[in-house]
Design a protein around this ligand. Structure first.
Ligand code: OOG
Ligand code: MG
Length: 255
């Protein structure tokens, strides 16, 4: 049987110290339940150190991401305030193992959102939407993992940066997204790549969170998932994601 607390310590230490570790599956493949139990226990360690839960992230909500990583199950992870990066800030590459960035959208909730919920009800719970980026940093060697590994490792969640919040009046179903590195286009996509319509990611997040006994709360952020494949980060990169009608969000990478 998997030792949940010990595996949580291993992934949490790897994240904290920015150390690459061997895939947990090399010893024993984790069941779906066990991998989420490890994730939950690793987040409890962060909370015990003073971090605060601020929402969730969705993963593998686009074909581009599924194809890039070879996994086609949707997953989710837990966000804390310790992962938050201010728009325009410079991150330090030394704090990460081998970080990548992906263009996303973020939702801010004004109401609790349980399950079951319709897309219309989910929309009504949204206070605002923003252009965003997620920094993913699998703690596993070579950024390789199976489903149980990545879930246990909090869905590679490492950082998130959110641009200006906009009212939800904008139709977000098919907005152009452009991720630039130092002014050059690196990934071009559309919000429609996220489950055909990003609200579906919020609905799925409401379901998965409720099923885990942690329903979405007013004030929480939901990261909808990468609309394109992720790109590796290097020192000197200035990365910006511009989303049609919503504006842009950016950060830089230092040593
Ligand atoms: C897993 C996380 C996937 C997304 O937006 O699809 C994810 C990974 O690719 O390492 O965050
Ligand atoms: Mg992501």
């Amino acid at each position: 049987m998997a030792d949940i607390a010990e595996l949580a310590r291993i992934v949490d230490d790897a994240a904290r110290k920015a150390n690459a570790i061997t895939q947990l599956s090399a010893k024993e493949a984790l069941s779906f339940e066990d991998s989420y139990a490890v994730q939950s226990a690793s987040i409890q360690r962060r909370v015990a150190r003073g971090e605060k839960r601020v929402g969730i992230k969705m993963g593998f909500t686009s074909r581009a991401k599924m194809v890039q990583m070879g996994i086609d199950d949707m997953i989710w992870g837990r966000l804390t305030d310790g992962m938050m990066i201010e728009d325009g800030d410079t991150i330090s590459l030394a704090d990460y193992v081998h970080p990548r960035v992906e263009p996303e959208l973020a939702f801010l909730l004004k109401k609790d959102l349980g399950w079951p919920v319709t897309a219309v009800e989910a929309m009504a719970a949204v206070e605002a939407v923003a252009p965003a980026m997620e920094i993913i940093d699998s703690r596993y060697k070579a950024f390789k993992f199976d489903l149980g590994d990545v879930v246990a490792d909090n869905a590679s969640s490492s950082g998130f940066v959110i641009g200006p919040w906009q009212s939800i009046d904008v139709d977000i179903s098919n907005l152009g997204m452009l991720m630039e590195f130092n002014g050059r286009a690196r990934q071009i996509g559309s919000s429609a790549a996220i489950l055909g319509q990003p609200i579906r990611s919020l609905v799925a997040g409401a379901r998965l969170s409720a099923q885990a006994g942690e329903p979405l709360q007013a004030g929480w952020i939901v990261m909808a998932g990468g609309a394109t494949a992720a790109e590796a980060l290097s020192v000197g990169d200035y990365v910006r994601n511009s989303v049609q009608r919503l504006g842009s969000v950016a950060f830089s990478v230092g040593k």
